[in-house]
Structures are given as C-alpha cells and as structure tokens.
Design a protein around this ligand. Structure first.
Ligand code: AMP
Length: 215
C-alpha cells in the first residue's frame, strides 16, 4: 500500500507516521528527515538544501524529485511506503505518478491557530529524530529524549520568521494538492485539530483499513 501524507507543516504527519508505520510494516520516508540527515552528514545535497530550508522555502523540485525517485527504487519499499512531506508541489505529484502509484492520499486538516501552536512548541531529538512538544507531548525530563536519551532541540525552521514563510509556501504551493488527489479519487481527509493524538490515530487507521478493503 503506497500512502502519502499531506497537510500543513506541523500538523503532525511525522508523529502520526511513527505511530502507524509498524502496523502496516512499511517504511516511513520523510523528505525533510532525508534533507536533515544530509545536512548533519555535510553532504553536497545537504549543503544545497540547507539554504532553502533555513529560509522556510522549498528545495527545488528537480533535486527533491531525484532524491525521492532514488529512495523509492530501493528494495524495502516493494510492499509499500508512507511518504511524508512529498509531494509538496503539483510538479512533484506529476513526477511521482511517473515512477510510483499512489494508492491513498491522506490530508490531515487543522486550523491555522492549531498549526502555529504545534510548530512553535515542537522539539526534536537530535539523535533519533523523535518528536516532542513543550505542552502536548513533553519529554519526561526537560531537554532529554525519552526514547534514546539524546538532546532535544528546536529546529531553526520552527522559529517564528521561518514558520510564517513555511505556512505561506504551504498555502500557495502545496495546498492545491488536496484538489489534485481529490480529483484523482483517492483522497481521505482526517480531522487533526484535536490534542488527543490517540483519537486521531484511531480515526486514521479505521479510514486506511476501510479504504484498503474496498480497493
Ligand atoms: P519537513 O520536515 O517536512 O517540514 O520539511 C522541512 C523542510 O525541508 C521544508 O520546509 C523544505 O525546505 C524541505 N522539504 C521537505 N520536503 C520537501 C519537498 N517535498 N519539496 C521541497 N522541499 C522539501
């Protein structure tokens, strides 16, 4: 089952994926994580992506598409994947159609005030990438990851100026994908406004399971 997760930055895609990927035994592919991994390892791709990411802009389509095409050619995705953060433009969606078939597109919908609250309070483990939130998902010990003991930090692009830019970019370049997949007939919409993550996950799993059965 090939699934893509759509929705504004900060809506919780990474958190939801980490909760459902084991259930379906398929890998989680986050383009943002791949870029951050490249930045950490100081690769050419990382150097190219960093300038865009720090400003809250999208990395150019060509670079991103080639990276995803390469990732989806690997063996572990033959039974499916959850793609989180890609596509983010219509051009990326068109390219994806050429090298992979999307079975289900999930749009996580939440109000702007909810998104801003989640983005500005989000914290990440530098070592394992686990996601926390100062209010909604606080770590047991401040600044320390519950899962691996790593240091928890705030992403540069989760700071106010970059958040503003990312939301503008989302509205202009990424939100048209909702209609794109609706017209394609494989969109499901999950209400992600609640702070009760368990209820969002329950709804998501029910919707994915019933879509899979009827496919
Ligand atoms: P994310 O972790 O998904 O919020 O992504 C962080 C940043 O990585 C974005 O603000 C973009 O700069 C870049 N990025 C991630 N995915 C894409 C994509 N599909 N297209 C272009 N840039 C991306």
């Amino acid at each position: 089952m090939n699934i893509i997760f759509l929705g504004a930055p900060g809506v919780g895609k990474g958190t939801y994926t980490s909760r459902v990927k084991e259930k379906y035994s398929i890998p989680h592919i986050s383009t943002g994580d791949i870029f951050r991994g490249n930045i950490k390892n100081n690769t050419l791709l990382g150097k190219e992506a960093k300038g865009y990411m720090d400003k809250g802009q999208l990395v150019p389509d060509e670079v991103t598409i080639n990276m995803v095409k390469d990732r989806l050619s690997q063996d572990d995705v033959k039974d499916g994947y959850i793609l989180d953060g890609f596509p983010r433009t219509i051009a990326q969606a068109e390219a994806l159609k050429e090298f992979s078939k999307v079975d289900i597109a999930v749009n996580f919908a939440a109000r702007d005030d909810v998104i801003i609250q989640r983005l500005s309070g989000r914290r990440i483990c530098r070592k394992c990438g686990a996601i926390f939130h100062v209010k909604n998902i606080p770590p047991k010990t401040e600044g320390v990851c519950d899962k691996c003991g790593g240091e928890i930090y705030q992403r540069d692009d989760d700071k106010p100026e970059a958040i503003k830019k990312r939301l503008e970019v989302y509205k202009k370049q990424t939100s048209p994908l909702i209609d794109y997949y609706k017209e394609g007939g494989n969109l499901i919409v999950v209400d992600a406004n609640s702070e009760d993550i368990d209820s969002i996950i329950k709804n998501l799993v029910e919707r994915l399971d019933s879509t899979r059965k009827s496919a």
